[in-house]
Design a protein around this ligand. Sequence first.
Ligand code: ADP
Ligand code: MG
Length: 334
Amino acid sequence: MIDAAIHTEKITKKYDGVTAVDSVDITVEKGELFGLLGPNGAGKSTLIGMLSTMLRPTSGNAQVWDYDIKRDATKVRKSIGVVFQDTTLDQKLTGRENLDLHGRLYGLPKKSRHQRIDEVLELVELSEWADEIVQKYSGGMMRRLEIARGLMHHPNVLFMDEPTLGLDPQTRNHIWDYIKELNREKNITIILTTHYMEEADRLCNRLAIIDHGKIITSGTPMELKSSLGGDILNLEFTTNEDTAKLIEHYSANTLAGSISASGNTVQITTAEGERTIPDVLKVTSQIGLDIQSVSLHKPTLDDVFLHYTGKGIRDSDTDAGKIKTMRRRRHAGK
Ligand code: ADP
Ligand code: MG
C-alpha cells in the first residue's frame, strides 16, 4: 500500500488521434495542496476526469485514497469532492436546494444533511443567500457554492478544475483564501488545475507542469524556479532582426547562461544577473544592436514553463506564439 492521496501509474487517455493524457505518473501526498499547471488543451481536465472516475483511462491506472479508480470507483467517489471547470449548478434552484440535491445523491440522511448544508454554507459565507435562486448569484458566489457542494459529504480529497477561471482579481483572491483554509484548517487534500501561474505559485505547496498530456517537471514553486539556475535578464530590441543577431552571436561564442527569444525580446538566464548586464550591453553595442529596454527579475513559473517547453503559457495555444529556444551552457554536462 502506498498511502498517498493520489498515485497514478502511466495513466493515459486517448481520443481519436489525440493523446489527451500521456502516461502520467504523479504522486500527491495526503494533506498537500497540489497544482497541475498547464495551458489550454494540456490535458488537465481529462486527468481530473479520470481520477474522479468520470472518464475511464485508455491504459494505466491510479489510486485515490488507496482505492483503485477502476475496481473501487464507488469508494473513490465517496472519498472525493469535485468542483468542475464549467458550472454544474441548477440555476433555477436555490443554493440550499442545490446542496440538498447533492446530499441526497450521496445518501446523507435528512438530519445530518440539513446540518451539513448549514455548515458548508457558513464556511463559504453564503448563509444569507441560501434561499435565493442561483441565477441571482455572481460568478464568485456560484463558485463558492460549488466548493460548498464539493464538501457536503466530508471528502478527503477535493479536486478543483480551474477554480478561479473567469473571476475578477478581487474575487479570485477571496476564493484563494477559502482554498487555503480548506487545506490548512480542514486538512483536505486539494488537487487544483490552473493555467494561471500566479495561482499555482501562491497557492500550491507542490505542482506539476503539464503540456500536451505529459508531465514536464514537478516540484515546489521554489524548486522549479531555482532549477533555472539564476536570474532572468530580458532585453527588448527595436527589431526582430536584432534578436536574431544576438542569438547568432551567442551560438558562435561561449557566453554565460542560456538564451531564448520571442519576437523582439531576448531572455537570458544567468547565475549572476547584475554582473551579466554590462557584458551583454558591451556585446550588443559591439555588433550594433538597438536596445529599447533591459530588465532583470527573479524567475517566475512562466519562465519555468518557457524554459522547459520553449514557449510561454499564454501563447502556447497558437502556433504564432511558438518561439525559438536555444540553450548554451558554459559548463556543458551540468
Ligand atoms: P485542459 O483541461 O488542460 O484544457 P483537456 O483535458 O480539456 O485540456 O483536453 C486535452 C486534449 O484532449 C485537448 O486536445 C482536447 O481537445 C482533447 N479532448 C478533450 N476531451 C475530448 C473529447 N471528449 N473528445 C476528443 N478530444 C477531447
Ligand atoms: Mg480544462
